[in-house]
Design a protein around this ligand. Structure first.
Ligand code: HEM
Ligand code: HEM
Length: 313
């Protein structure tokens, strides 16, 4: 790889409050997606009636005062209520990131990105609430497809608030332009694949399966090329190689999980699961989609941040 004036980037020191919160939001969003995916797999979207105030065995209650015996009554109520509670934790941490960004005088980009992430979480939570209030399959699809984009936004906020991001200075590189468009293409096609997956999951339409599998070739073409090209970086740009290696692992795992999810819903168990054993594979495939999208976006952001077009090319 031909790069000039490359210096090693600082790693993230402990104690940076904005970045710590932004990272915690991403970590807390992982169980949120697992619980949300389980709700869809188990067809438990209406297991807890109401939003903000909910029906319980002890009458109407505030969501956060839902009785424990109802919460743990059966797997449907457990995953649905847990999804909402983890959603609350994600919301509080996202507020923490915004407060920390403004209180510590973080960069304008960090303040803007943590605010966008908080708004995204609020919009997603509201769609989730209305999906239940209206008992709407359309909103369930929208919530599923948008949830993945919200996760990617949280990843973007964690990156922009990192000291590594602030300290980075782009270096001239011959393939800056082509890598940027490749990473943009990978991110966009992965998201299209996610939307087709949500369509499939929420309707079982064979057309959606056909589209999902056709898009697989487009996704593989861009993601595999991207991870191979990124893996070749070293020295001060080794962060790009790390990004590439992560992409490689996630895409491989996601294809395997896709095949297993297909077997689970079409051959072994059927589309509506009844417990952990038959819901876990499709649910892990949902999580894999979020991780792949997040990693593609992260790669795109780092390519844009670390590389610039060589003068005169
Ligand atoms: C940041 C907040 C949230 C995120 C990122 C999120 C994300 C998700 C994801 C990824 C799924 C899986 C969709 C699928 O497998 O296709 C899901 C399902 C679901 N979520 Fe959320 N969610 C959030 C907040 C909420 C809230 C506050 C509610 C309130 C009630 C809610 C209600 C639901 C329901 C009912 C489902 C199942 C939809 C169905 O019937 O298939 N979510 N969520
Ligand atoms: C990189 C490749 C892939 C990505 C990014 C991806 C992404 C996704 C996502 C995110 C969902 C759920 C959407 C939602 O409800 O939120 C989904 C559903 C699904 N995907 Fe994939 N997928 C990939 C590859 C595959 C492969 C290779 C197969 C099978 C050969 C497959 C089969 C399925 C099936 C059967 C479902 C529906 C599962 C259900 O009904 O519970 N996917 N995909």
């Amino acid at each position: 790889m031909n790069a000039t004036q490359v210096t090693a980037l600082p790693s993230t020191p402990r104690g940076d409050a904005t970045h710590t919160f932004a990272r915690l939001v991403v970590w807390a969003a992982l169980p949120l997606i697992l619980f949300g995916g389980s709700v869809t797999s188990l067809d438990a979207g209406m297991a807890v009636e109401g939003w903000l105030t909910v029906e319980s065995s002890q009458g109407e209650r505030l969501l956060w005062l839902y009785p424990l015996e109802d919460w743990f009554r059966n797997i449907g109520q457990f995953v649905e209520h847990s999804h909402r509670m983890v959603g609350t934790v994600v919301g509080l941490l996202a507020i923490g990131a915004v407060v920390a960004a403004f209180a510590t005088g973080a960069s304008q980009a960090a303040r803007r990105m943590t605010t966008i992430a908080l708004v995204a979480v609020c919009v997603q939570g509201t769609i989730g609430g209305f999906r239940v209030l209206e008992n709407s399959p359309q909103l369930a699809f929208l919530h599923g497809a948008l949830g993945q984009a919200v996760f990617a936004t949280l990843v973007a906020a964690a990156i922009v608030t990192s000291p590594r991001w602030s300290a980075a200075a782009p270096v001239a590189h011959e393939s800056a332009g082509s890598l940027k468009s490749l990473a943009t293409r990978a991110t966009a096609t992965v998201y299209l694949m996610i939307v087709s997956g949500a369509w499939l999951r929420h309707t079982n339409d064979p057309m959606a399966l056909a589209l999902h599998l056709m898009l697989l070739f487009v996704v593989l073409a861009s993601v595999v090329l991207l991870f191979k090209r990124l893996s070749g970086f070293d020295g001060g740009l080794s962060h790009l190689a790390t990004s590439g290696r992560r992409l490689g692992w996630i895409i491989k795992a996601q294809v395997v999980l896709g095949v297993l999810a297909l077997m689970a819903v079409m051959v072994w168990y059927g589309p509506s699961a009844t417990g952990v054993h038959d819901s876990i594979l499709p649910t892990l495939h949902v999580l894999g989609g979020a991780l792949l999208l997040g990693q593609c976006l992260a790669s795109r952001m780092w390519v844009g941040r670390l590389l610039k077009q060589e003068a005169g090319s």
